[in-house]
Design a protein around this ligand. Structure first.
Ligand SMILES: CC(C)(COP(=O)(O)OP(=O)(O)OC[C@H]1O[C@@H](n2cnc3c(N)ncnc32)[C@H](O)[C@@H]1OP(=O)(O)O)[C@@H](O)C(=O)NCCC(=O)NCCS
Length: 206
């Protein structure tokens, strides 16, 4: 994911309320899940826009997921409040079980997936893919053409997910993640190509 310094930049000085003009993300995710034959996922969990009230639940998952480089609470709060971002949560039975964030400045052609994480108990059942797709849909709604992200070189699960959605490696940042001394893989997705790609019967984009 994008580094904390970038995230802090993204939070910036603007903390205006999240605009409510894109309320259809859950519906978009549901439509996509149905289109990909994964409607059981849409029924099991809901993807909605994050609010400041989700901060505590998000921070619990954040700290569990990123032991050595979790964002602090104030940085996350600023991210949730930034008008330049779109944070989503996955909710199941009233509990937040995952979250992810997109940064896309108004009018910009490119955006960044800032972070994405599922609670440990919720991983491996397709929720991460559904959330990633909802974030890319949010980028498309903002007319973003290219989405970038960074992933730790020692995270094959996340890397595999991104590759299977069409992200391509465009570079590496040696020893980017400290104190673990792990490289960052920088990846890019062509949003239009992602939208146009045919969806095979099994529901997984290849
Ligand atoms: C990365 C993460 C968001 C993926 O979400 P998820 O719900 O576990 O993943 P999904 O069930 O949607 O699976 C999507 C793909 O991830 C990969 N994947 C999932 N679980 C995997 C595992 N145990 N081993 C290897 N690859 C795995 C596969 O490519 C899978 O696609 P497939 O089911 O078609 O094979 C989630 O595992 C997570 O929160 N991890 C900890 C935080 C993190 O690493 N975030 C990413 C930072 S860049």
């Amino acid at each position: 994911m994008t580094g904390l310094a970038d995230a802090r930049d993204a939070a910036g000085a603007d903390t205006a309320a999240i605009d409510a003009d894109e309320p259809t993300l859950a519906a978009v995710a549901d439509d996509r899940a149905e289109a990909t034959g994964a409607s059981h996922l849409a029924a099991a969990a809901d993807i909605r826009i994050a609010t400041p009230d989700d901060l505590t639940a998000i921070m619990t998952i954040e700290r569990d997921s990123f032991a050595t480089d979790a964002w602090n609470e104030s940085s996350m709060a600023a991210e949730l409040a930034s008008p330049h971002g779109r944070y989503l949560v996955v909710e199941r039975a009233g509990d937040v079980i995952g979250y992810g964030g997109l940064r896309a400045l108004p009018g910009a052609r490119d955006g960044d997936i800032q972070t994405i994480a599922l609670a440990a108990v919720a991983r491996g059942s397709g929720q991460g893919r559904a959330l990633l797709r909802a974030l890319i849909d949010a980028a498309a709604q903002r007319r973003v053409r290219e989405v970038f992200l960074e992933v730790r070189a020692d995270n094959p699960t996340a890397h595999g997910l991104y590759v299977s959605e069409g992200f391509e490696e465009i570079g590496r940042r040696p020893r980017y993640y400290q104190p673990d001394d792990v490289d960052a893989i920088v990846m890019k997705l062509d949003v239009r190509r992602w939208q146009e790609r045919k969806i095979p019967d099994e529901g997984v984009r290849r």
